[in-house]
Design a protein around this ligand. Structure first.
Ligand code: ADP
Ligand code: ADP
Ligand code: ZN
Length: 225
C-alpha cells in the first residue's frame, strides 16, 4: 500500500469569473457534470427566491432589475452556508460569486477557517461588444434554468427547452439598457477579482469568444483531468 489516503486533499473548488454573459453558467453546468460536483449559482438562487416570493427574493429583485449587485451582506452568508452541505465536500463550481472584493475576502476567510482555499479561479474572457450581442439572444428555461442562445446555441424547438420542454424567456435584466449598466458594474466591482486571484496564485484565463465546446476543452485542460 502506498498511502491510505491518496484522494485526500484533492478537491475541485472552482470559481467562475467573467463579465455577465461571458458563458460562466454554460461552462459551470458542464464542469459540474463532468467532475460530479455541485453547480452553485447565486443568480439562480436569487431567481428561485424571486419566483417563490421570499423576502430575500423581493429584496434582491430591487437591485437585479436595475442591473446593480445585491448587497454583499445578502449574499455572503447564503453562499458560505451552501458550501457546508454534504454534496460540496469534494468541491463545487461557484458561478456568480464572488463578485466584489469584500465577497472574495469573506470567502477566503470562511475557507481558511477550515484550512481550505479556492483551487481554481477561471476567468472567461469576452470583450464587451460580444457581450451585448450575446445577452439579447440569451433565453432561459422558466422551469429548469437551462440557457440557450437564439443564434449561437439554439434549442431544437424554437421557444422551448430541450431538457424539460418548458417555455424559454428573455430575462428581465437582459434588456439592452440593463446589460450596459451590468457591464459598468462588472468593470468597476468584479473585474478587480482577476488581480485578487492572480495574487492568490489560482487564476486561469480562457478565451471565451470561441465555440462553447472549445471553451470547455480549454477549461478541462486547465483542470488537468
Ligand atoms: P450573469 O451571469 O448574466 O451575470 P447572474 O445570474 O450571475 O447573471 O446574476 C444576475 C444578477 O443577480 C446580478 O446582476 C446581480 O444583481 C445578482 N447577483 C448574482 N450574484 C451576485 C453576487 N455574488 N453579488 C451580488 N449580486 C449578485
Ligand atoms: P453568464 O452565466 O456568464 O452570464 P451564460 O452562460 O448564460 O453566461 O451565456 C450567455 C449567453 O451566451 C447565453 O445565451 C449562452 O447560450 C451564450 N453562450 C455561452 N457560451 C457561448 C459561446 N462560447 N459562444 C457563443 N455564445 C455562447
Ligand atoms: Zn428546461
Amino acid at each position: 500500500m502506498k498511502t491510505g489516503n491518496k484522494k485526500k486533499g484533492i478537491t475541485m473548488k472552482i470559481i467562475m469569473l467573467g463579465a455577465p454573459g461571458a458563458g460562466k453558467g454554460t461552462q459551470a453546468k458542464m464542469i459540474a457534470e463532468k467532475y460530479t460536483i455541485p453547480h452553485i449559482s447565486t443568480g439562480d438562487i436569487f431567481r428561485a427566491n424571486i419566483k417563490e416570493g421570499t423576502e430575500l427574493g423581493n429584496k434582491a429583485k430591487e437591485y437585479m432589475d436595475q442591473g446593480l449587485l445585491v448587497p454583499d451582506e445578502l449574499v455572503v452568508n447564503l453562499v458560505v452556508d451552501r458550501l457546508t452541505w454534504e454534496d460540496a465536500k469534494n468541491g463545487y463550481v461557484l458561478d456568480g460569486f464572488p463578485r466584489t472584493i469584500p465577497q472574495a475576502e469573506a470567502l477566503t476567510a470562511a475557507l481558511a477557517e477550515k484550512g481550505e482555499k479556492v483551487d481554481y479561479a477561471i476567468d472567461i474572457d469576452v470583450p464587451d461588444q460580444n457581450i451585448i450581442d450575446r445577452m439579447g439572444g440569451r433565453r432561459a428555461c422558466v422551469a429548469c434554468g437551462a440557457t440557450y442562445h437564439i443564434v449561437n446555441i439554439p434549442p431544437k424547438k424554437e421557444g422551448f427547452c430541450d431538457k424539460c420542454g418548458a417555455e424559454l424567456i428573455l430575462r428581465d435584466d437582459d434588456k439592452p439598457e440593463t446589460v450596459k449598466k451590468r457591464l459598468d458594474v462588472y468593470h468597476e466591482q468584479t473585474q478587480p477579482l482577476i488581480d485578487y486571484y492572480t495574487a492568490e496564485g489560482v487564476l486561469k484565463e480562457v478565451d471565451g469568444t470561441v465555440d462553447m465546446m472549445d471553451v470547455f476543452n480549454a477549461i478541462v485542460q486547465v483542470l488537468g483531468a
